[in-house]
Design a protein around this ligand. Structure first.
Ligand SMILES: *Cc1c(COP(=O)(O)O)cnc(C)c1O
Length: 401
């Protein structure tokens, strides 16, 4: 058999699932230049607006002067630099765990952690809406892999009674495409009853949830007994790059010994760790960012509900508008784009079939006026898309008759 890439790509287009990469020609911020055009953007994960913060940039620059650019080697050879070490200490302190381990990306942190903890003869139970990196990790581990109903502790408990070997329960903290929070108190209780460990990937919670930005575990007041394996990523609210796992001394030593995506890769540039140390300091000090963001979230939700849009149960800056079909989601995104507003359409397989959506994300750097502009554009665009949708349905019914 030969490769028929032409047919695969054509099918992808026919399914309205073809992906394209918009070209960003400016730094991240509320206003960006994309594909040559200045747009008001509501789609980045730079929730606190730290990606282009002058102090974070200065820390990166100073880090490069002091440490050079490349990490030069893997952590176990001689690429484990001072700033990586300092950042690990700071993240352990921030999360209140004995230790933290820095990974180059969140994808790698998840692959490395799950595969180091469970293997053949063990079990891994995952929320069915978990991030792709967690699902991939579960499959790669070779452990018995099973997905429970979204955020459903009873569904998890039923699977736990049938699990074998060491059992790891894995969930997003904040679900990346829905914006809702994992019901950790119930999930952790169910896991604990069966002696299973819970791993939480709080990529979208760190910096945002909890009085001090400590994420979903701070929000619910959960400790290391409840969540022995805590993952955070640094490319979102921290505005830099990389990820970390926080936990016990033994957990971290186990990952250093056995997590292949940790061992067999070059350490991240040490200057990036310098930048993250600065953004951690800002995120802990500047509470106004979270406060302003929360008021924007409330403003957006009440405005969108007034227009009649279908929102999801999200208290976070991830505010998806549920549309259903991929074509309609793309049409709405295109209408907004014509009005100078950028919001991504999220389609299967990233989300379940029939649940295509616009994923609006808010940032602490957005103003109230910018959120209002989004709402006005959404009202106009939604009216156009929904009326052409109705016309289409009428036409189809006419055909049938
Ligand atoms: C973005 C994301 C990741 C991947 O992190 P990267 O550092 O971008 O590789 C992992 N888990 C979740 C839930 C995410 O949203």
């Amino acid at each position: 058999m030969s490769f028929d890439l032409t047919a695969r790509l054509a099918q992808r287009r026919a399914d309205d699932l073809y992906r394209q990469r918009p070209l960003l020609e400016s730094p991240q911020g509320p206003e960006v230049v994309i594909d040559g055009r200045r747009m008001l953007a509501f789609c980045s994960n730079d929730y606190l607006g730290l990606a282009s913060h002058p102090e974070v940039i200065a820390a990166l620059r100073a880090g490069a002067e002091r440490w050079g650019v490349g990490g030069g080697a893997s952590h176990l050879v001689n690429g484990h630099c001072g700033p990586h070490h300092d950042l690990e200490l700071a993240l352990a302190e921030f999360t209140g765990r004995p230790r933290a381990l820095l990974f180059s990306t969140g994808y790698m942190a998840n692959l490395g952690t799950v595969t180091a903890l469970v293997g053949k003869g063990d079990s891994v139970l995952e929320d069915r809406l978990n991030h792709a990196s967690l699902l991939d990790a579960g499959l790669l581990s070779g452990a018995r892999f099973s997905r429970y109903l979204h955020n459903d502790a009873a569904s998890l408990a039923a699977r736990l009674t049938r699990s074998e070997g060491s059992t790891l329960v894995v969930t997003d903290g904040v679900f990346s495409m829905d914006g809702d929070l994992a019901d950790l108190p119930s999930l952790c209780a169910a896991a604990r009853k069966q002696g299973a460990w819970v791993m939480v990937d709080d990529a979208h919670g760190f910096g945002l949830l909890g009085a001090n930005g400590g994420g979903i575990v701070e929000h619910f007041g959960l400790g290391a007994d409840d969540v022995p394996v805590l993952v955070g990523t640094l490319g979102k609210a921290f505005g830099t790059a990389g990820a970390f796992v926080a936990g016990s001394e033994e957990l971290i030593e186990t990952l250093i010994q056995f997590a292949r995506p940790y061992i067999y890769t070059t350490s991240q540039p040490p200057a990036v760790a310098c930048a993250t140390l600065k953004s951690l300091e800002l995120l802990r000090r500047e509470h106004w960012r979270r406060k302003h963001l929360n008021s924007l979230i409330a403003r957006f939700r009440s405005g969108a509900e007034a227009i009649g849009l279908r929102l999801m149960d999200s208290p976070t800056p991830i505010q998806p508008i549920l549309i259903g079909g991929s074509r309609q989601a793309l049409a709405l995104s295109a209408e907004l784009r014509e009005r100078g507003i950028l919001v991504g359409a999220i389609r299967p397989p990233t989300v379940p079939a029939g649940t295509a959506r616009l994923r609006v994300t808010l940032s602490a750097l957005h103003s109230e006026a910018q959120v209002d502009r989004l709402l006005v554009a959404l009202a106009e665009s939604w009216q156009r898309v929904s009326s052409s949708l109705l016309a289409e349905i009428d036409a189809e019914e006419g055909d049938d008759a």
